[in-house]
Design a protein around this ligand. Structure first.
Ligand code: V47
Ligand code: SF4
Length: 395
């Protein structure tokens, strides 16, 4: 045993940890993978301080202080949906379509045009699932967006939508995704994953694509060099072992393809949905969950706290619990979380606010594009308003 390992050993002894937590910490410090049982043990017995220390160690080793955000906006083509996920606060059934919205390609293009001349880099497109918005609708939509603004990155469609539209079009995932890519699709977001385990998935999201189908769509996307993200909806009826099972399946696919960019834990928000009787997870549990994700998903480069869903304060705290990305400017263009009770009722942050959020916890703000190329380093950019505030506080 070398000197560093000796001092880690004695530090761990001083912390009064049980042997299993000590072993897990040793594994993390020597870059070894944590097992399924150890993942469950972390959820059961890892304290916030312990988990934060390990996750922060990994985060700092991977990224130092680098913390990423982008300039993005969302398009939600419809909130009408053939599915009835119990956690969803946003969708309306087709029979109540008069209560929802359903945009045409022209409507969406008009939204895209509102950003002409603004330096946004990504449009995130996802929403409900309806027969009318089929494979050809999305192909034509992507072509129209690219014809208008070729450099705008299109991150669009989850396996829920892909599975539905391609089944209807009688195409395999690979055939369909190939055509969508040719039409302009650049990458896929991480939605629709919920909890993979069938005991939970059938209860909260019965009828939509299965875990195996979700994973297969991402496998096909990765084979076509379409990068994707992955999410996990936590804090409802699932148990700790279901969360670890979810991350285990993602870790295995990532071993196979290396196609995932970021993992995004999504906290279940309980307003205006069929599961509103369930309490929400605490902030402590949110932070523990980010930390365990950072520890367990050793082959994921990025862990994102989606500030529109978790709120900007928890997102800021998460930067010391394994998170290195907070998502983007959003420009009040998504309704999914405000309708579910997020504290961010009109999610929109300026570059200055994002930079301030990151800098004030001692991290380095980097604007990225969707695939994590750095667009601009903001660490030494000074905003006039912040200078004035500094002068007021100091003098
Ligand atoms: O799949 C719906 C979730 C997801 C609720 O890839 C809810 O960069 C909590 O996936 N409480 C869609 N969550 C959003 C999504 C996403 C968001 C930001 C960035 C990226 C990315 C992906 O929202 C759905 C579902 O899991 N969701 N309702 C709710 N009440
Ligand atoms: Fe439809 Fe998505 Fe809502 Fe489920 S979460 S009901 S698939 S919009």
């Amino acid at each position: 045993m070398n000197a560093i390992q000796n001092s880690i050993e004695s530090l761990l002894n001083d912390l009064g940890l049980d042997n299993k937590l000590k072993d897990i910490a040793q594994k993390v410090f020597s870059n070894e993978r944590v097992s399924f049982d150890e993942g469950v043990y972390l959820y059961q017995y890892g304290s916030l301080g312990y988990l934060g220390t390990l996750a922060n160690y990994i985060r700092n080793k991977k990224h130092g202080d680098n913390t990423y955000f982008n300039r993005n906006f969302h398009v939600e083509p419809t909130n009408i949906c053939v599915y009835t996920c119990k956690f969803c606060s946003y969708s309306k059934l087709i029979k109540h379509r008069e209560q929802g919205w359903e945009y045409s390609i022209e409507d969406i293009l008009n939204t895209i045009k509102k950003y002409d001349g603004q330096p946004v880099t990504e449009v995130h497109i996802t929403g409900g699932v309806i027969p009318k918005q089929d494979f050809n609708f999305y192909k034509d939509l992507f072509k129209a967006i690219k014809a208008h603004r070729p450099e705008l990155h299109i991150k669009a469609l989850t396996p829920v939508e892909i599975h539905y539209i391609l089944k209807k079009a009688k195409l395999t995932y690979s055939e369909g995704l190939k055509e969508l890519k040719l039409a302009g699709l650049d990458s896929m977001p991480g939605g629709g994953a919920e909890i993979f385990h069938s005991d939970i998935r059938e209860e909260i999201a019965g009828g939509k694509c299965s875990a195996e189908e979700w994973l297969e769509v991402h496998r096909s996307a990765h084979a076509l060099r379409l990068p994707t993200n992955a999410t996990m909806l936590y804090g409802h009826i699932e148990k700790y072992e279901h969360r670890v099972d979810h991350m285990e399946r993602l870790r295995q696919l990532q071993d196979e393809t290396s196609g995932f960019n970021a993992f995004i834990p999504l906290k279940f928000r309980n307003q205006h949905n069929e599961m509103q009787h369930l309490p929400e997870a605490s902030v402590i549990e949110d932070l523990r969950n980010y930390a365990i994700a950072r520890i367990y998903l050793d082959n994921f480069e990025h862990i994102k706290s989606y500030w529109a869903m978790i709120g900007r304060n928890t997102s800021q705290l998460s930067l010391n619990f394994g998170v290195d990305d907070v998502d983007g400017t959003i420009d009040d263009s998504t309704r999914i979380y405000s309708m579910a009770g997020s504290e961010e009722q009109h999610p929109s942050m300026s570059i200055r606010e994002l930079v301030q959020l990151i800098k004030s916890v001692g991290r380095k703000p980097l604007e990225r594009d969707t695939i994590y190329n750095v667009v601009q380093d903001y660490s030494s950019v000074i905003f006039e308003e912040d200078e004035k505030e500094k002068a007021r506080l100091y003098n």
